[in-house]
Design a protein around this ligand. Structure first.
Ligand code: PMP
Length: 456
């Protein structure tokens, strides 16, 4: 095994890569077919390799570095906490844990005033589902097809995206339904209002035929992220809230990706003034500097576990280093107006630029988003809306998207690419100049996608 030393040379990069290839088993990958980039360092909206290539991170890693890399205030907070107290079991009262919980609870809507900490998003979903089942005494959970909720047992079953398929046999009590998505409307609707009405009627039917008294929870991403950044039509989330209230169903909003400023609000549900019973969060809560996630819990559900023990826990629940990073991240976002900046970017920089890009590129079928959370739906034909690559394309079938991603990377732009979409999800504190630089590179790379269209 090559021994990795520090240094900024191409030789070191090759050694880092060889060491990775020797012993690291990567997520979602055929191990022999991947060639991970060896990263030497990162700062703000950029990271760089050992060969002198710098990349503007339009993916925020996995849509989690909401205040960019190596923010000095967060780095200092982690260092100070490490010097003071690295770890403590979840059963103790710890100042940074309580402070992180307070800062989070103060930003969630309604009476979601208690926080259960996890190490990431999937564990947050697992625990939200457990809480809902115990609170209602029911088993089934409803989720949408176009969704991603994590890769652990319940979370991957709730996920609608094809990554669920190999794990489907483990599904117990999971029912999928269609959420609203006008561009590819499952309801053949022509307007947002029609899409909303039909999507709610479809959910009402699903509830009726599954049996309301068997349904513990409905889980939705406030704005589905990985599945395509579909902004729900006005009235949809409020309509789901109403159905949940009518049938005693727990409403879980998964804000793992959409939370902590990503959409220009602390939580995306706040765009529509909707309060769920549980919110799952992770990622942006501390910009990903130390693994952290959690569930924000309503007073009524917290009450269920006031005298009856909550049967769930994790060794690292509310880890001091992760909580110190969360406290510093949230305070930094307030001090630097990062949430407002994300809203400004969406309204005045990213949104207008993407609308203009869509006009000029035949491969861009639709642009949608808000804040620092945008998707471009790439198509072969703007009229038929045939996706640029088939659903869940792999290998040669996926060549157009692979070519597009390679063009982005060659130009110094690190893109988020999934199926026939590319997402523009930079750090929420990216400067206007950096955002414009990235949008110009994206514009250029889209000419590669255009070559695969028939409507050009
Ligand atoms: N929910 C949503 C909405 C997500 O986007 C993700 C991660 N992309 C998860 C849950 C799972 O989070 P994690 O990878 O931290 O387990």
């Amino acid at each position: 095994t090559p021994h990795v030393t520090t240094g900024d040379t191409a030789a070191t990069g090759a050694a880092v890569k060889a060491a990775d290839r020797a012993h690291v088993f990567h997520s979602w990958s055929a191990q022999a077919l991947i060639d991970p980039l060896a990263v030497a360092g990162a700062e703000g909206s950029y990271f760089w390799d050992y060969d002198g290539h710098r990349y503007l991170d339009f993916a925020s890693q996995l849509v989690n570095t909401n205040i960019g890399h190596q923010h000095p205030k967060v780095v200092a907070a982690i260092q100070e906490q490490a010097a003071r107290l690295c770890t403590l079991a979840p059963g103790f009262a710890v100042d940074v844990r309580s402070e992180a919980a307070r800062l989070i609870a103060e930003r969630t809507p309604g009476d979601l005033d208690k926080v259960f900490f996890t190490n990431g998003g999937a564990e947050a979903v697992e625990n939200a589902v457990r809480m809902a089942r115990l609170h209602t005494g029911r088993q089934k959970v409803l989720s949408t097809y176009r969704s991603y909720h994590g890769a652990t047992a319940a979370a991957i079953n709730l996920t609608g995206d094809p990554r669920r398929w190999p794990s489907d046999t483990a599904a117990a009590g999971v029912v999928h339904f269609w959420g609203p998505f006008l561009y590819r409307s499952p309801f053949h609707a022509a307007t947002e209002a029609e899409e909303c009405e039909r999507a709610l009627a479809h959910l009402a039917d699903t509830i009726a035929f599954e049996g309301p008294a068997t349904i513990a929870a409905i889980i939705l991403e406030s704005v589905p992220g990985t599945a395509g950044i579909m902004i729900p039509p006005a009235g949809y989330l409020a309509g789901v809230r109403e159905l949940c209230d009518r049938h005693g169903i727990v409403f879980i909003l998964d804000e793992v990706m959409s939370g902590f400023g990503r959409t220009g609000k602390w939580f995306a549900a706040q765009h529509w003034d909707v309060t769920p019973d549980l919110i799952t969060f992770a990622k942006g809560v501390n910009s990903g500097y130390v693994p952290l996630g959690g569930v924000a819990i309503s007073a009524a559900i917290a009450e269920t576990f006031a005298t009856r023990p909550y049967p769930g826990g994790l060794t690292y629940s509310g880890h001091p280093l992760a909580c110190a990073a969360a406290v510093a991240t949230i305070n930094t976002m307030e001090e630097e107006g990062v949430v407002e900046h994300a809203a400004h970017l969406g309204e005045n920089v990213i949104g207008p630029a993407l609308a203009e890009i869509a006009e000029r590129h035949p491969s861009v079928g639709e642009v949608r988003g808000l804040g620092a959370f945008w998707a471009l739906e790439l198509v072969r034909d703007e009229e038929t809306r045939e996706p640029l690559v088939p659903y869940n394309a792999a290998g040669a079938d996926n060549a157009p998207m692979a070519e597009f991603a390679a063009a982005c990377k060659a130009s110094g732009l690190w893109p988020f690419v999934n199926m026939n979409r590319t997402h523009v999800v930079p750090p929420c504190n990216i400067t206007e100049a950096e955002a414009k630089e990235g949008l110009a590179l994206l514009d250029e790379a889209l000419t590669v996608a255009d070559r695969h269209t028939t409507s050009a």
